[in-house]
Design a protein around this ligand. Structure first.
Ligand code: FES
Length: 150
């Protein structure tokens, strides 16, 4: 099977072509921009917050199907979560996609994010998968400027 054939599973394709929460939140309490220097793609993440909980999450930007799918599933995964819970999801997801070819990972708590597990087999695509996540992390920490996947 080709690299794309293995990666582009049905769910990834669905999210990549019709991403959820692909919109700007004008009155977002938290916002950050992310950049992948390898391809020049960018993403902006917006969060609505209420007493430490993420009540809405959205993104806009330009990127490949993997980056859009990852951002789409991410926004669904963190909605309703506290900042701490969202950071835990970030850590679990990051461990899963950066584990390296053939590496093991914990399934607990990943939910639909697990459809991106195959990205770990293709190190050149890992930055696509983590772009929105690093942007989310920067937004949660109220870091200004543009975060890079480097
Ligand atoms: Fe740019 Fe994937 S090729 S984010």
């Amino acid at each position: 099977m080709t690299e794309l054939g293995e990666l582009y599973q049905e769910v990834v394709m669905a999210h990549g072509s019709r991403p959820r929460n692909f919109r700007r939140i004008e009155d977002a309490e938290k916002h950050s921009d992310g950049y992948n220097p390898f391809c020049g793609d960018m993403v902006s993440v917006f969060l609505k917050m209420d007493e430490g909980r993420i009540t809405d999450a959205a993104f806009v930007g330009k990127g490949c199907a993997i980056s859009k799918a990852s951002a789409s599933i991410m926004t669904e995964a963190v909605k309703g979560k506290t900042v701490e819970e969202a950071q835990e999801i970030f850590e679990s997801f990051h461990k899963m996609v950066t584990r390296g070819p053939g590496g093991k990972y914990e399934v607990d708590g990943l939910g639909e994010l697990e459809v991106l597990a195959g990205v770990a087999e293709f190190p050149t695509r890992v930055k696509c998968a983590v772009l929105a996540w690093h942007t989310l992390k920067a937004a949660l920490k109220d870091e200004g400027g543009t975060v890079s996947t480097e």
